[in-house]
Ligand binder design. Structure first.
Ligand code: MN
Ligand code: MN
Length: 357
């Protein structure tokens, strides 16, 4: 009885431990465990290399989630055997075989890319388990999907970023099946939370950049193979899949970063400038925004702990002079230091300001 009680206390306090440190179950579930409204076909597998939710009706994963930084990239040779049936699945589940894909016209598409697990032979072999694989058309796998995998590699190796990645498919009610078993997704999606090396859940703010893409599992021709053409929002992927992603991110920050459509091309073409004056301010802030080409923006005030205090939508669009002026009343705020965060469908920018008396 005493032990039961102790276990119950540990259960009660553990969510707050998760929120402040890293997810106790796995680094790969740092952003939370994506759940939908039907848990009966969500079989959770946690490996040292990644975590996934397996669907025994579709015979593919619902989602695969993994941490990625430069330390995961190494120099071991690519595993050279056939793809591997996952024998860790329960006895009653069908185990997809290498030959289920043979001559299907579809590639065995890695979710966790082989190159992303090349520090040890064992890491690399784990990516060839067929629970990490989804049917992808050759041009999706080898070109469009690859273009984003290469961008992830670039961010890790060149920019020393630490990424939290989730990927999966969207399936119709009666999907096409390879060898009558493996379901073929209509589209494949990927969500990438971009942090700096060593950063964790607690470091996420409304300005954290997130890439979300949705790519049709179809044929791509030259000129249509750049991932930037397929960006969307996490909100849209949640709608298509029924899963709640990034669920351990505080709700108010989650709603901001899940509504962003990140297009890095726009950032390079139009640098965004946000000026806030006067600063310090007592009653009214004037925000002058340049370079954010959009119809309407979300204005949020965030405290020094990253907590979103208020959020409002303004429909004013950027004028012919390329400038948007917004007046924002801060007279009700306590004296202190804050950030103002402006978010559009494509972008986000934050500037600190002081409220004085
Ligand atoms: Mn691939
Ligand atoms: Mn979510």
């Amino acid at each position: 009885m005493k032990y039961f009680f102790l276990a119950f206390i540990v259960f009660l306090i553990s969510p707050s431990i998760h929120a402040q440190q890293q997810n106790a179950m796995s680094i790969h579930l740092e952003m939370g465990i994506p759940l939908d409204d039907n848990a009966s076909n969500d079989y959770l597998i946690i490996r040292p290399q990644y975590a996934l939710s397996y669907n025994q009706q579709l015979n593919v994963a619902n989602w695969i989630s993994w941490n990625l930084h430069r330390g995961w990239y190494g120099s071991v040779p690519r595993y050279s055997g056939n793809f591997i049936a996952d024998t860790s699945l329960p006895a009653e589940f069908y185990k997809v075989k290498h030959s289920d894909y043979t001559n299907s016209g579809y590639d065995r598409g890695h979710m966790v890319r082989s190159e992303e697990r090349t520090a040890t032979d064992e890491d690399n072999r784990s990516t060839f388990l067929l629970t990490n694989i989804m049917p992808q058309t050759p041009t999706l796998n080898q070109q469009t999907w690859l273009s984003l995998e290469l961008e992830c590699e670039r961010m890790c190796k060149n920019d020393n970023k630490e990424l939290f990645v989730i990927a999966g498919g969207v399936f119709g009610p009666n999907p096409k099946r390879l060898n009558t078993v493996v379901s073929v997704p209509d589209s494949c999606w990927k969500i990438i939370v971009i942090l700096d090396s060593g950063q964790r859940l607690k470091d996420i703010t409304p300005s954290t950049r997130v890439i979300a893409v949705m790519m049709k599992n179809g044929t791509y021709t030259s000129g249509t193979t750049d991932w930037k053409q397929y960006t969307t929002t996490v909100d849209a992927i949640e709608q298509s899949t029924g899963y709640d992603f990034l669920s351990d991110v505080p709700k108010q920050i989650q709603s901001i970063i899940e509504a962003k459509n990140y297009v890095s091309v726009q950032e390079t073409l139009y640098p965004i400038v946000l000026q806030v004056f006067p600063n310090p301010a007592r009653q009214l802030l004037t925000l002058s925004l340049e370079g954010m080409h959009t119809e309407g923006v979300i204005v949020a005030i965030v405290d020094m702990m990253g907590k979103v205090l208020e959020k409002s939508f303004t429909e004013s669009s950027i004028g012919v002079d390329g400038q948007l002026k917004i007046h924002h009343d801060i007279s009700h705020l306590p004296i202190g230091a804050y950030s103002i965060v402006i978010t559009s469908t494509n972008n986000s920018i934050a500037v600190p300001f002081l409220k004085n008396d």
